[in-house]
Design a protein around this ligand. Structure first.
Ligand code: 2RA
Length: 338
C-alpha cells in the first residue's frame, strides 16, 4: 500500500488520474490532493470521500511514496525535485524533465525496465508520442524502424480545459448563428479549421510539439538513429488524438504480419475492416485505454514502408492511464525505491 499525492487534480488530466486510481484499484494507504495556490481550495472526491485540494508545500510532500503530477512545466520544475528529495517518486506529466538524461521517460508497454534507474522523477511522455510508440514497438522489435512520417489530428482537450471550453464556445455560437468568439487558447478559430500549429514554432520551422515526437520517440525506443518527420495539427474534436503514420523498416513488413504482431501486442487493439467501413475513430476511443490501429496497408511508393491510422484517448493512455501504469510498474519493484 502506498501513500499517494496527486498534484494538479482539478485539471483535465489530473481528474482522470484520480478516476484511474479508483478504476484500477491502486493500493492507496493514504491520499492527498495538492496544487499551486491558484487551484488550492477546490474539492475532489476519491472513493466516495471528499477532499479539499491543499497548497503544495515541502511539508505536505513528506511521507508521500508516489506523486502523480499534472501541472505546467514551471510548477513541476519547482516542486518535483523537492518531492524527490523528501523520498517520493514523482510521475510527472509535464515536459519539464522528459529529455533530462537522468530522468527515465516511460511507456509501460515499451520500456518498463527504465523505471529501474529512476532517481525520484519519472517523466510521462507527450500524448501524441505515447500512442505512436505503443503501435511502433512491435514493429521495431522485429524489423528495426528507420524512419517515421507522422501527421497528427489532435483534439482540443490536449490543450487542457481551456481548449475544450474554446471549442464549446465557438460551436455554441456557430449553432446559434452568432459571431464566433475570438480565439484565446488557439492562434485561430478552431471551429471550422484544422490548425497546423501545436505549441510554439522553433527556429528549425517545426513546433515544440513536433520536436517532442522526434526526441521522445528516440528516447523511449532507445534508438537515436530513428528519423521522425512530424506534422502536428489541432482539429475541432473534443477528445482522442488520431495519427496517420508511415513507418519504414529495415526489412518489409506486410499488412498481415503487422496485424499479427499488433494482435498480440499489449495495449493495442486492431480495428481494420475497411470493407465494412470499420477503422479506429476518435469517438470510439474516448474513455478507453488502448491504442487503436487500422487502415493498415503497404506503402505503394516504398517496399519497406507500412501505412496505418492510429487513435487513442489522449487524456487517458496519452496521459493519466500511462502515469498510473508507471506507478503500477513501481509497485513491482518492491522493496526498491517505490
Ligand atoms: C496537446 N500534446 O495535445 C499536447 C498535450 N500534451 O496539446
Amino acid at each position: 500500500m502506498k501513500n499517494v499525492a496527486v498534484v494538479g487534480a482539478s485539471g483535465a488530466v489530473g481528474e482522470r488520474m484520480v478516476r484511474l486510481l479508483e478504476e484500477r484499484n491502486f493500493p492507496v494507504a493514504s491520499i492527498k490532493f495538492l496544487a499551486s495556490e491558484r487551484s488550492a481550495g477546490k474539492s475532489v472526491t476519491f472513493r466516495g470521500e471528499k477532499f479539499v485540494i491543499q497548497p503544495i508545500t515541502r511539508q505536505a510532500l513528506e511521507g508521500v511514496d508516489i506523486v502523480l503530477s499534472s501541472t505546467p512545466a514551471s510548477v513541476s520544475r519547482e516542486w518535483s525535485p523537492i518531492a524527490a528529495a523528501v523520498g517520493a517518486v514523482v510521475i510527472d506529466n509535464s515536459s519539464a524533465f522528459r529529455m533530462d538524461p537522468d530522468v527515465p521517460l516511460v511507456v509501460p508497454e515499451v520500456n518498463p525496465q527504465d523505471v529501474l534507474w529512476n532517481k525520484g522523477i519519472i517523466a510521462n511522455p507527450n500524448c501524441s508520442t505515447i500512442q505512436m510508440v505503443v503501435a511502433l514497438k512491435p514493429l521495431h522489435d522485429v524489423a528495426r524502424i528507420r524512419r517515421v512520417v507522422v501527421s497528427t489530428y489532435q483534439s482540443v482537450s490536449g490543450a487542457g480545459m481551456t481548449g475544450i471550453v474554446e471549442l464549446e464556445a465557438q460551436t455554441g455560437a456557430g449553432v446559434r448563428n452568432e459571431p464566433i468568439p475570438a480565439p484565446s487558447k488557439f492562434a485561430h478559430a478552431i471551429l471550422g479549421n484544422c490548425l497546423p500549429q501545436i505549441d510554439d514554432f522553433l527556429p528549425n520551422g517545426y513546433t515544440k510539439e513536433e520536436m517532442k515526437m522526434v526526441n521522445e520517440t528516440r528516447k523511449i525506443l532507445g534508438d537515436a538513429s530513428i528519423d521522425v518527420c512530424p506534422t502536428c495539427v489541432r482539429v475541432p474534436v473534443a477528445y482522442s488524438h488520431s495519427e496517420s503514420i508511415v513507418v519504414e523498416t529495415e526489412r518489409p513488413i506486410t499488412a498481415e504480419e503487422a496485424v499479427a504482431l499488433w494482435m498480440k501486442a499489449p495495449g493495442v487493439t486492431v480495428v481494420d475492416d475497411p470493407a465494412n467501413k470499420r477503422y479506429p475513430l476518435a469517438s470510439d476511443a474516448v474513455g478507453r485505454d488502448d491504442v487503436f490501429v487500422g487502415r493498415i496497408r503497404s506503402d505503394l511508393s516504398n517496399p519497406n514502408a507500412l501505412v496505418f491510422w492510429c487513435v487513442s484517448d489522449n487524456l487517458r493512455k496519452g496521459a493519466a492511464t500511462n502515469a498510473v501504469q508507471i506507478a503500477e510498474e513501481l509497485l513491482k519493484l518492491e522493496p526498491a525505491r517505490a
